[in-house]
Design a protein. Structure first.
Lengths: 171, 485
């Protein structure tokens, strides 16, 4: 269980239970790694391309500094966006909160769930993570919990499936 | 659901029926018309440029070939299609190239449409589309019109759980051929031709085309060349005609009718389509008014029905199924909504305004943004130029979301969304203050549960055996066991 993030999300996005259940800390590590990898690649490519294209010393240096600042910002932001994620299980509904700039709280009644999917891509698997996705009859539901421990994800899926079956509602 | 097996299981010997013998002719005609519509313009242009005996001969050859091929395939399809609709089952078998045998449970039938393309209509034929809620509708092409109507009435009665026999169903009042209306039916909404034409004339596409035509004419004539002016104006004129024609042809004679079993929508000038409206499966309703319709007080009402893809049907123009009122007055809107949800009156809703702080984000027309929630529905409306009103029954809400972007956060506002099955209806209420948004979203889940529980209770009461045995109990019981077996 985690306390509310430092900047506070206000009562609008406060948990319906005692606290939001956070994602796995390894998800934060994954995101950190991805920021370094993806933006690092872009930075190297841009700097090399600028150096070759202009033939002067300062454009690549400016680009490198700008990229360094940007990567530092993104790196810090990962922690905040990680804390913005959270889910909560109540007797009848599942709540998922996400987003830093554009915040979102989605609530899905267990009885409305058609399928609970557990997904894990190669990178997620490397970190021992999996995401749980809830599918209802509505295409706009979009309730996805990324970055759970693979075991926790499987357990959550099983719990949700059982609750979905006992509370199933027709369409 | 339907079962498909490559080799039909040997069923007890039954009187399997074939579609009407004129079917290949009707199908051939339809494909010929389709060819002419698609390639006609090109061919005509070619011919007028090089009018020679040879090109006419080639054209005739192509037309003849198409006709022979479609007649031939139509004939064999007809020969190999059989269907059984009796007191026990609905089964459609195709054994032409792909062998399929579709058997439908009466209780799974969501709707039955009678579609009459122009050619078929002239021959007194009609196609039966049986919608089982998933996948494409199962079709029987073509039957005689009277038989199609009779079978439609029978299937809908059975789908509603009536244990009526086919013979007993045939004795009930039958619908007349042209408007598909029986004596016992009551018209709720009938689209007036002038409203249909007005609604298409007062549309953006039409006005753009008109402006184009006028500019072309003025410029052309001022340069002294009438021929060039007409040439430039011609495509715009064609567009204008097609916009008006499309809307009027599709929705001509549009009627929403209350029948013994639910509602029915019938419309069309060339192709007459008559579709049953499965009220239980309506997921939401959208009332819109395009800006130019406002002076005339015209509204359009669309609905989402679970498991029916109206987008697909729109392509082949077979059904405007998603449309409840194509172009109607306020009274029409009220009548239509009252028909699908008795006791609902959109004119008597006590609206709640949104938070006034939203004027910083939405300076003009904020007072039109309103919402209302009672124990059955959530209603949201907004829009100054293009008013739009969405109604979603709580029992049909799949999930709920609160959203807040940076601007709304600065003002302490939030958006609430109610998610229903995919379609035209997207329930969204922006500019709520945070406390209201939180309350609306989280309590919506409880309202949904309560509404569904009430609905189930109602259904359970309806399914209880009636105090008196129906007139033909033995046939009904046998039919039921026959379906289960």
């Amino acid at each position: 269980m985690s306390e509310l993030p430092a900047e506070g999300l206000g009562s609008l996005f406060s948990p319906p239970t005692e606290a939001w259940i956070p994602l796995s800390p390894r998800y934060r590590a994954l995101k950190h790694r991805m920021v370094l990898l993806v933006w690092g690649c872009w930075a190297v490519l841009t700097v090399v391309a600028l150096a070759l294209a202009t033939g002067r010393w300062w454009p690549p240096v400016v680009a490198a500094v700008a990229f360094a600042a940007w990567i530092a910002y993104r790196y810090r932001r990962v922690g905040r966006s990680y804390r913005a994620w959270g889910y909560a299980e109540r007797d009848t509904d599942l709540y998922v909160r996400s987003g830093l700039l554009f915040r979102r709280l989605v609530a899905v009644p267990y009885g409305r769930m058609q399928v609970v999917e557990v997904e894990s891509g190669p990178i997620e698997r490397h970190f021992g993570l999996a995401s749980v996705k809830l599918v209802t009859a509505s295409a706009s539901t979009d309730a996805r919990i990324p970055g759970l421990d693979a075991a926790a994800a499987a357990m959550l899926r099983d719990r949700l499936t059982v609750k979905g079956e006992t509370q199933a509602a027709g369409l | 659901m339907s079962e498909s097996s490559p080799v039909p299981v040997a069923a007890p010997v039954k009187q399997a029926q074939r579609p009407h013998p004129l079917t290949p002719l009707a199908k051939g005609w339809i494909s010929l018309v389709a060819i002419v519509v698609v390639f006609g313009q090109d061919l005509f242009r070619q011919l007028s440029r090089h009018p020679s005996l040879r090109s006419i001969g080639i054209l005739a050859g192509i037309v003849g070939l198409v006709l022979v091929v479609s007649l031939g395939s139509g004939f064999f399809t007809w020969r190999t299609t059989r269907f059984v609709i009796d007191d026990e089952e609905v089964r459609i078998e195709h054994r032409f190239i792909h062998h399929t045998s579709d058997r439908m449970q009466f209780s799974k039938i969501q709707g039955v449409d009678v579609v009459q393309p122009f050619a078929a209509r002239l021959m007194g034929l009609a196609a039966l589309h049986v919608d089982v809620g998933a996948g494409a509708a199962k079709r029987i092409e073509f039957l005689s019109r009277a038989q199609a109507y009779a079978l439609r009435d029978y299937l809908i009665a059975r789908a509603h759980g009536d244990r009526i026999s086919l013979a007993a169903s045939a004795t009930l009042p039958q619908a007349d051929a042209w408007h598909d209306r029986a004596v016992t039916d009551r018209v709720i909404v009938a689209a007036r031709p002038e409203n249909l034409i007005l609604s298409s004339v007062a549309s953006t596409g039409f006005l753009v085309a008109t402006a184009w035509a006028l500019v072309a004419l003025v410029v052309g004539i001022s340069h002294g060349s009438l021929a060039a002016a007409l040439g430039a104006a011609f495509p715009a004129g064609a567009t204008m005609v097609s916009i008006v024609g499309h809307q009027t042809i599709r929705h001509w004679h549009f009627t929403l009718t209350r029948t013994r079993k639910g509602l029915r929508v019938a419309h069309g000038v060339t192709t007459l389509t008559s579709a049953s409206v499965p009220i239980d499966r309506i997921q939401g309703v959208l009332v819109t008014q395009s800006p130019l319709w406002r002076p005339f007080g015209i509204h359009k009402v669309a609905m989402d029905v679970l498991g029916r893809s109206f987008a697909h049907e729109r392509d082949e123009q077979s059904a405007g199924g998603g449309v409840l009122v194509p172009a109607g007055t306020r009274d029409d809107v009220r009548a239509a909504v009252g028909a699908i949800w008795p006791g609902t009156d959109l004119d008597r809703v006590e609206w709640t305004p949104v938070d006034p702080r939203a004027r910083w984000l939405h300076p003009i027309g904020l007072r039109w943004h309103q919402w209302h929630v009672d124990e059955r529905f959530a209603i949201s409306r907004g829009g100054l130029l293009a008013p739009c009103l969405t109604v979603v029954p709580h029992a049909r809400v799949q999930s709920v979301a609160i959203r807040q972007g940076p601007l709304q956060r600065a003002l302490g506002l939030a958006t609430v969304e109610l998610h229903s099955s995919p379609g035209v209806v997207r329930w969204r209420r922006r500019y709520l203050d945070e406390a209201t948004a939180r309350w609306l979203a989280l309590s919506e889940l409880d309202r949904g549960r309560a509404a569904r529980a009430q609905e189930q209770e109602l259904r359970r009461l309806q399914e209880l055996p009636p105090p008196r045995a129906p007139a033909t109990p033995t046939v009904g019981r046998d039919a039921e066991t026959g379906v289960r077996a």
